[in-house]
Design a protein around this ligand. Structure first.
Ligand code: FE2
Ligand code: FE2
Length: 147
């Protein structure tokens, strides 16, 4: 199973879209390695890369939300934190070789990466587009044709 970028995932901001493309690619590397039954150490390196990039990306979004006083910033930031908390629990279980931990962890990468973009991040982009059209996030809206 691979996560495929298409322009329907675009939230209309070049920098954030770029981050999301990289996150999908990093998640795909984890999913591929897991499918190929990669060694634990190899998988841990890929997970580390995903976490590092995600931390940078989250801080980018969170700075934007704080700067613009985005009304749903608390909920959105809580979703970022919840992901990291859930991930930490699963990584600990994975390190302890708990049964099912590897599958649960890889499933989290797949579902979270995609679902967060099309919900929380798109809502943020829509709000920015509406209230701060000159702040960098702009361009396409949900359902607009790509072109
Ligand atoms: Fe986000
Ligand atoms: Fe994001």
């Amino acid at each position: 199973m691979a996560l495929v970028w298409d322009d329907s995932l675009s939230i209309g901001d070049g920098e954030i879209d770029h981050d999301h493309k990289i996150l999908l690619e990093l998640a795909n590397r984890i999913l591929s390695a897991a499918q190929l039954n990669a060694e634990k150490e190899a998988l841990a390196i890929l997970i580390g890369e995903y976490i590092d990039y995600t931390a940078i990306h989250f801080s980018h979004e969170e700075c934007l939300m704080m700067r613009l006083d985005y009304p749903n910033k608390d909920e959105h930031i809580a979703a970022h934190s919840a992901f990291f908390e859930r991930l930490c629990i699963l990584i600990s279980a994975f390190k302890r070789n708990e049964v099912g931990a590897r599958n649960k962890m890889t499933a989290l990468f797949a579902t979270y990466t995609f679902n967060h973009i099309v919900t929380f991040d798109r809502d943020l982009a829509d709000w920015c587009h509406q209230h701060h059209p000159h702040e960098g996030i702009g361009g396409r809206r949900k359902g607009d044709a790509v072109g």
